[in-house]
Unconditional design. Structure first.
Length: 285
């Protein structure tokens, strides 16, 4: 028995240590990664011991931590080789990674949009082969996106004639839909937290609170369930088509920006509490 115990003192329970991965210097259009991660990591510090690091430093710093939490780390394509090496080391060492690297959506590239489209899910019609272009509805323009793209990097618009000269394999093609607005649904561990939308399509990151109906939530939950990611944060991005139907734009399951500065205090508090609970469960209680 220690001298502290003899005097009636109690030992402080060990706290889990988290390496919080973020690129505080990344300049994203319409978003301030640094503000969100400084505030969110500060709240997590109430329950965990936290250290912040740049994504390029994570591999060599992660060993003494109980888990690595990837947040606003910027587009992986800017450091793809280093990220692939980081994932290989995570799998080899058994380090817990949050979100786990088992997602089937954006963290694995955008091939899932082709697969979901072919399977009849409510997504923007998507193909990745020249022989399948005929399956796309007629549109004035088409969107060509790299399968490993992010933040609209490498995206271009072409007419129908322009589809014939594309080099397929690493790109996907979708009709450019004149949608009414974009809406995002935010989840922790498959549980819905809140929704935000951009009422002006030309201003993607000028977001306002959105009150989803039962059909909206069923739509978003369908993709969360499809992804089978038991732990972590996901964002379902959709657009409202002219006929009123919601169509999936992307399922972000790697490092979705959360726009926490735009929600009410009560919603933000509930999100933080749910994320803490998720991390505690992820770490084994």
């Amino acid at each position: 028995m220690t001298s502290h115990a003899k005097h009636g003192s109690t030992m402080t329970a060990a706290r889990n240590r988290l390496l919080y991965v973020t690129d505080l210097g990344y300049e994203a259009k319409g978003r301030r990664y640094c503000d969100e991660d400084i505030r969110l990591s500060g709240r997590l510090r109430e329950d965990f011991d936290i250290a912040l690091c740049h994504p390029l430093d994570a591999a060599r710093l992660m060993d003494p931590f109980d888990a690595v939490v990837v947040r606003n780390s910027g587009p992986v394509l800017h450091y793809q080789r280093e990220y692939d090496a980081f994932l290989a080391l995570v799998r080899e060492s058994g380090v817990r990674l949050y979100n786990p690297p088992t997602g089937r959506a954006d963290m694995a590239g955008k091939q899932y949009l082709v697969e979901l489209s072919a399977a009849g899910f409510p997504v923007i019609p998507t193909v990745d082969r020249g022989e399948d272009v005929g399956r796309l509805p007629h549109a004035a323009q088409y969107v060509v996106k790299p399968k490993l793209g992010a933040d609209s990097i490498g995206m271009e618009f072409v007419g129908r004639d322009g589809l014939e000269g594309l080099v397929y394999g690493e790109v996907l093609v979708q009709p450019r839909i004149p949608f009414r607005y974009e809406v995002s649904f935010y989840f922790v561990d498959r549980d819905f937290q809140y929704a935000l939308y951009a009422p002006r399509p030309e201003r993607r990151w000028e977001l306002e609170r959105y009150e989803p109906g039962a059909g909206d939530l069923e739509f978003a939950q369908r993709f969360i369930d499809w992804n089978t990611l038991d732990h972590g944060i996901q964002r379902v991005d959709a657009c409202r088509a002219p006929d009123g139907e919601l169509l999936l734009v992307e399922l972000e399951d790697l490092n979705p920006y959360l726009s926490l500065d735009l929600v009410e205090d009560s919603v933000r508090e509930a999100f933080v509490a749910r994320m803490k609970a998720s991390l505690h469960a992820f770490l084994g209680g």
